[in-house]
Design a protein around this ligand. Structure first.
Ligand code: GLU
Length: 483
């Protein structure tokens, strides 16, 4: 059997980080098996449609490095891939179930349904449609049903769920799942407006699109028994199911919009690298090894198996994601980050030659998490107009500092070749000869040249700044503050 999987989001909002994980697991699974990964837009609930959501889903998936083999954009042998363009198909299949007596028409108004729920609530029983009591074609009988149909009365089509017996299916992540049919509602399949519900459209499409594995979030697990009944009613083979564990906040509550940002696009906007986010999201509920955290997309593809997906909820640890981003920042080839870095610098109206931009990146990246921190964290690399950390200054600028830095200035000025080794050698020789402890000039110099206590090695920083800039800054400071 060839592997065909689908990511089937509803365009009801921007792509959530959980949606990104679902897309990614489908993608990894498909690529691992040399199969196809399909994007299907499930937009049959017109009331929840959000303008721009579909574009956002496609945009984020592409940014994350996932290209679909079949999609609304790309087309494919089983299109259209947008459910709102397939409504005739669902109607046809709903009618097939009617003719097989596996589904039935129900004429209840929303008031009648509300009243039913109210009665059930008062009686302390779970809300469930009773086709032997409500205005279904079973209670109405064929003549009254025909009369209503001729009259053009509104009706929906419901699934005729068996009154008893077990519904069983196997889930690759959770093992065997058994639900009693008694606990399953006569699901609406086709609404009175002629649009299908998620359940009908999802099953019909998974069948027609020859989906081999349904990989989706755990929140869809309670829907699966209904889907199993639909496959049985149609007489179709079932795909294999794998329900992915919930994403949790660090306090183990369900990750939701209430806790900070959960949209994938927010992570991109904050400056996370796509490959770092993909790496992190891949490990939310799956880990191929116990001793490694950093994986490229290709490595994830090579290693991915559904069997290793955990049942337990996966905690979303932002600190770990930040750590991962910093790893990507440190280990990337500076050349590959250059276009992104240059565009960040440009946004800050900073113009720097490529070689220097790469040099600055290499010096600063050990100390930051995001590429976009460079203009702020490394302000002193680009302009003389940087802020001096007053606390740092107060701590290290002593009564002797002015004299010490003044005595060092000619050493700096005298250097022919202004590289960090030469600077180090000259400064070390001079301070040793004059018995000046390193902390007495290292911190004051760093404070003068960069304004802050953290940064790359002082002499590397000086080399990057250049001789002229260093002298200018030292002289400026001495003339303002030094005695
Ligand atoms: N349209 C559903 C969603 O928004 C798809 C669930 C499924 O994959 O079956 O997540």
């Amino acid at each position: 059997m060839s592997v065909r999987v689908r990511f089937a989001p509803s365009p009801t909002g921007f792509l959530h980080i959980g949606g990104l994980r679902t897309a990614l697991y489908n993608y990894l699974f498909a690529r691992h098996h040399g199969g196809a990964c399909i994007l299907r837009i499930e937009d049959t609930d017109q009331t929840r449609f959000v303008e721009g959501a579909e574009e956002n889903i496609i945009d984020i998936c592409r940014w994350a490095g996932m290209e679909f083999d079949e999609s609304p954009e790309k087309g494919g042998p089983h299109g259209p891939y947008r459910q709102s363009e397939r409504t005739d198909i669902y109607r046809q299949y709903a009618n097939e179930l009617l003719s097989k007596d596996m589904a039935y028409r129900a004429f209840d108004t929303s008031e009648e349904l509300d009243a039913m729920r109210e009665r059930q609530k008062n009686a302390g029983i779970a809300a469930k449609y009773d086709r032997t009591v409500m205005r279904s074609e079973y209670t109405l009988g064929p003549d009254e049903t025909k009369r209503l149909l001729d009259e053009g009365a509104d009706y929906c089509i419901r699934l005729k769920v068996p009154v008893s017996g077990d519904i069983r299916f196997n889930d690759i992540v959770r093992g065997e799942v058994i639900v009693n049919a008694r606990d399953v509602d006569d699901q609406i399949l086709l609404k009175s407006d002629g649009f299908p519900t998620y359940h009908l459209a999802n099953v019909v499409d998974d069948h027609l699109m020859e989906i081999s594995h349904v990989i989706r979030g755990e929140e869809w697990l309670p829907s699966t028994p209904k889907h199993v009944l639909l496959y049985q009613a149609f007489g179709w083979d079932m795909p294999k199911f794998a329900h992915l564990p919930l994403l949790l906040n660090p306090d183990k509550s369900k990750m939701s919009k209430r806790f900070g940002d959960v949209f994938a696009k927010s992570f991109r906007e904050k400056g996370f690298f796509a490959d770092a986010l993909v790496n992190f999201v891949a490990l939310l509920g799956w880990n191929p090894t116990s001793d490694r955290e950093i994986f490229s997309m290709q490595e994830l593809i090579d290693l991915f198996t559904l069997e290793k997906v955990n049942k337990a909820g996966a905690v979303f640890d932002t600190k770990k994601l930040e750590w991962m981003n910093a790893q990507y920042l440190r280990n990337a080839d500076p050349e590959s980050l250059l276009p992104q870095l240059q565009s960040i610098l440009k946004e800050h109206h900073i113009e720097v030659a490529d070689e220097r931009a790469k040099g600055i990146l290499t010096l600063l990246r050990e100390r930051i998490t995001f590429l976009n921190e460079i203009p702020g964290f490394g302000a002193y690399m680009f302009s003389d107009d940087y802020v001096i950390d007053e606390e740092y200054k107060a701590k290290h600028w002593t009564a002797d500092s002015g004299a010490i830095i003044t005595s060092l200035l000619p050493i700096v000025k005298g250097l022919e070749d202004f590289n960090h080794i030469a600077i180090n050698d000259a400064v070390a020789a001079f301070t040793k000869e004059n018995g000046i402890a390193s902390k007495l000039f290292i911190h004051p110099l760093r404070m003068i040249l960069t304004g802050k206590p953290v940064g790359a090695g002082l002499y590397e920083t000086m080399e990057m700044l250049g001789k002229e800039v260093c002298i200018r800054r030292i002289e400026r400071f001495l003339s303002q503050e030094g005695k």
